[in-house]
Design a protein around this ligand. Structure first.
Ligand SMILES: Nc1ncnc2c1ncn2[C@@H]1O[C@H](COP(=O)(O)OP(=O)(O)OP(=O)(O)O)[C@@H](O)[C@H]1O
Length: 266
């Protein structure tokens, strides 16, 4: 029979272990789309406050990985946890902000920039008038992406880059702890890229964790803690910050260098 001391020690150890589980953890995750196995055993961890970039050739499984992470693609094997909770039991979706691959969901709708961004608050609340906290979060999200002065404009009047900024602001308005973005810089003008890099830097400084699908690191390079390169549904290599300095703009340039190969990425 356990004495009181043992029980207390075990409880303390359990509490410590639970204190900071990774924000996102995939272990041996597999998934198929139709009959095609697309994820063939993905290991990936995003720690609290970390910024992780997913890289890899077209079709390597980057989008499918992040869609699995946000519960939009059903996995067929492995373990996937959000904030230490298995995906099948995870309900706290307001903690996760997801910006899908270039989407025009809001275009063509007679909505203003502010209305689209405010819809991001629906992750936290029921439909209805915005409260003071909601309004402040929407204002802050618009400021973060540099669109505060366009709040009343129709989203249809925006450029592609500005449109993407609106979609990112919509995710930020929910004040997520984990931000997942699929190719946020694709087709985005240079000014918007810089604004987004700055917005991400601020989010990261506040402790928000970020998982990004990218084709190249570009202006986001200084923010990234780790890159994970996928190949054919598996993790091919992982690089930490030191290695990144050598190849800030050429994520694939160092493939002949000594790679960090790992099964479980922690
Ligand atoms: N709905 C689908 N049904 C069947 N196969 C699919 C489906 N969606 C994607 N695939 C295939 O799954 C593989 C992985 O796709 P995924 O979009 O995850 O790759 P990716 O690395 O994000 O590529 P890209 O950089 O082109 O976006 C690709 O070969 C793709 O053709």
């Amino acid at each position: 029979m356990m004495d009181e001391h043992t029980t207390t020690t075990q409880a303390a150890a359990r509490t410590a272990a639970q204190a900071a589980p990774p924000v996102l953890s995939l272990r041996g995750v597999t998934a198929s789309l139709g009959a095609r196995p697309v994820l063939r055993g993905i290991d990936l961890t995003v720690g609290r406050g970390e910024v992780v970039a997913l890289l890899g050739a077209n079709g390597s499984g980057k989008s499918t990985t992040v869609r699995a992470a946000v519960g939009q693609v059903q996995t067929s094997g492995g373990e996937l946890e959000l904030f230490g909770t298995p995906l099948r039991r995870f309900r706290d979706w307001r903690r996760v902000g997801y910006v899908p691959q270039r989407s025009t969901a809001a275009a063509g709708v007679p909505a203003t920039v502010r209305e689209v961004v405010a819809s991001g608050r629906l992750a936290r609340r029921r439909l209805g008038p915005l409260g003071r906290g909601d309004r402040a979060a929407v204002r802050r999200a618009l400021e973060l992406v540099g669109l505060a002065d366009r709040a009343r404009d129709s989203v249809n009047a925006l450029s592609g880059g500005q449109h993407q900024r609106v979609l990112i602001a919509r995710a930020l308005a929910a004040e997520p702890e984990l931000l997942v973005m699929d190719e946020p810089l694709a087709g985005v003008d240079l000014l918007s890229q810089r604004v987004l890099a700055e917005a991400l830097r601020e989010q990261s400084a506040e402790g928000v964790s970020v998982l990004l699908v990218l084709h190249e690191l570009g202006p986001l390079a200084p923010l990234i803690d780790r890159t994970v390169v996928l190949h054919d549904g598996r993790v091919e290599r992982v690089d930490g910050t030191a290695h990144l300095h050598d190849q800030a703009c050429h994520p694939h340039a160092g493939s002949s260098a000594e790679p960090t190969r790992t099964g479980l990425l922690t």
